[in-house]
Design a protein around this ligand. Structure first.
Ligand SMILES: NC(=O)c1ccc[n+]([C@@H]2O[C@H](COP(=O)([O-])OP(=O)(O)OC[C@H]3O[C@@H](n4cnc5c(N)ncnc54)[C@H](OP(=O)(O)O)[C@@H]3O)[C@@H](O)[C@H]2O)c1
Length: 283
């Protein structure tokens, strides 16, 4: 119950801030023509809008749920990720070399109304494992984080053991993207970015009470507005740093200010464990 209240209070505050900040920014975001973007969650919402924008200028490899075009995968199945990584690598190699000077992996898939296990798998574990499996082929990794991470309640956050309730699992899965981004940039020399895409009226909120859907319809951004700002924040320099960006004011901070080294060490140990188990199972 407390997690539920916390999540809604944070949501409303972020929405109000977004309303005040939105006119202050003048964003010109688009993809680069020397870059290949691999984007997950492209059947709806922010991922779909982002693909439509990036496709105008860049090569885009779409990762969708089975039944749609592109490279398909159900991200809840963590053991299927090595095969998915191989398929993505083939797609990258089939791209003309001038379009893959930079390869950017954008984790756009996510769930809110699901079991805690599925929330953890889709929002946190699959993006983490896929990033590690593709570390030799991608230059940058972008995670869609959330301001809801502030509502995370877990005292001892674990990458492997999820909280029991969905309203706790969602913000915790988003908060753990911060130490994950720090770990990936430290151990794999990647540029990693966690971006809060704003409060956006999408299918993510299907299942919310009707008044919430109405508030979102009136005051939330459209996926296209969010995608424009996201493009403006996709980092273009190569420094292996980890950054948290907020589309509502286009701010950027070093992720080390949002996390601590003990947490990063724990996440690294758990991630290493999980990737080892998955690779062993493949053999
Ligand atoms: N909307 C917001 O206000 C907001 C705020 C903060 C952060 N975010 C984050 O932004 C990301 C995108 O959310 P959205 O608002 O665009 O939601 P959305 O419209 O529901 O899109 C989510 C995408 O993820 C895909 N997906 C879900 N489960 C999957 C699975 N098991 N395997 C593969 N793909 C799966 C969905 O495919 P299907 O639809 O085909 O299942 C869909 O394409 C999420 O990570 C979310 O947490 C959103």
């Amino acid at each position: 119950m407390l997690a539920w209240i916390r999540l809604y209070v944070v949501g409303v505050i972020v929405l109000v801030l977004q309303l005040f900040r939105r006119r202050k920014t003048n964003v010109k975001g688009r993809g680069r023509n020397d870059t290949t973007y691999i984007v997950s969650g492209t059947t709806s919402g922010i991922g779909k809008a982002l693909c439509e924008r990036l496709r105008k200028n860049s090569k885009v490899i779409e990762l969708c749920v089975p039944g749609h075009g592109g490279v398909t995968a159900d991200l809840r199945d963590l053991y299927a990720l090595p095969a998915l990584a191989e398929r993505i690598r083939k797609e990258i190699n089939a791209t003309p070399s001038e379009q893959r000077q930079r390869v950017v992996l954008v984790h756009g898939a996510g769930v809110l109304h699901a079991t805690p296990r599925d929330i953890y798998a889709v929002n946190l574990q699959a993006p983490a494992i896929l990033s590690v499996l593709l570390a030799d082929s991608v230059h940058r990794v972008v995670f869609l984080g959330s301001a809801a991470h502030i509502a995370s309640s877990s005292q001892k956050p674990s990458f492997l053991a999820h909280p029991l309730y969905p309203k706790e699992a969602y913000p915790t899965s988003k908060r753990l993207l911060h130490p994950l981004a720090a770990v990936l940039s430290r151990y794999f020399q990647m540029r990693t970015t966690v971006i809060h895409p704003g409060v956006v009226n999408t299918a993510l909120y299907t299942g919310e009470p009707i008044f919430m859907r109405f508030v979102l319809l009136l005051f939330g951004w459209t996926p296209q507005q969010s995608a424009l700002r996201l493009c403006g924040l996709l980092p273009y320099d190569d420094a292996p740093t980890a950054t948290y960006c907020d589309t509502t004011d286009m701010s950027q901070v070093n992720i080390n200010l949002l996390t601590n080294s003990a947490e990063c060490d724990l996440i690294w140990d758990e991630l290493y464990q999980l990737v080892s188990v998955i690779k062993r199972k493949k053999q």
